[in-house]
Design a protein around this ligand. Sequence first.
Ligand code: AVJ
Length: 301
Amino acid sequence: MSSPKWLPSWLFYDSAGSRLFEEITRIPEYYVTRTERAILAERAGEIVSRAAGENSLRLVELGAGSADKTRLLLSAAVERQDTVFYEPVDVSASALVEAQMRIEDEIPGVLVCPRVEDYTHDLELDATLPTERRLVLYIGSSIGNFEPGESLMLLERVRAALDPGDCLLLGVDLAKDESVLQTAYDDAAGVTAAFNRNLLVRLNRELDADFHPETFAHRAVWNATESRMEMHLVSETKQTVWLPAIDLRVNFEAGESIHTENSYKYTVESLEELLQRGGFAVEQTWTDSRGWFAVSLGMII
Ligand code: AVJ
């Protein structure tokens, strides 16, 4: 048993967890989604024409479409060209089918070509025409869940699947006042706490475990040294949990935590440095008026 205890944050996203995250994006304290959306609403045309240059654009998204944020970019692309190919890449076939139906229905001119693939392990894209460029979207601060070394590897892998002239649009949350971060990850309505505890509910269901989720307190902590928000589940009592499906007994001291998530916060400088180290030339970075979120366009030279 590792100490301190931890669980990987991808475990959050079973169907209940995905629904809870959708709910988080709408709570008043969670500024992340609406701040990025505001940047894209203002800048979509600029981003798309910057990425396209004189060429036509094919959009690729890592993840099955961040709903209305992706729509802003697709709509901007459809205004420049008759047909826009959109390739969402996701491990979940059902999420891809849903994205395909929604987008083809809502934005005439977009043709969706879904790819069931784990982009954290390998990425293979359709070949492009000589007059076509790719714009890969990795938005929503999804990269924030990766350790710095993993983020770099991910960008290098994306880069390897691209050709000169292709672009990556990377959206990251920026470091800011601790109290803003704190309330964003520990909201008054307790939605984030439910999202965090849902991990234990999932282990109960899928591994027959006997966690009592209500005996684990939700904690959101700003780690300034690492520039990341952390989420923890803290056992309020000394207890033992049994996970029969994997034949494991786990002891908790009162006050002992399970580290469930890191959400890295960048600066414009650290974002641009990451892109450059990943092999992209930074074309431009856009932020909102408060400087809370940044979207940066990198190009393969
Ligand atoms: C989906 C990874 C961008 O880090 O802000 C929301 C997940 N965790 N509230 C984030 C999350 C707690 C979210 N990301």
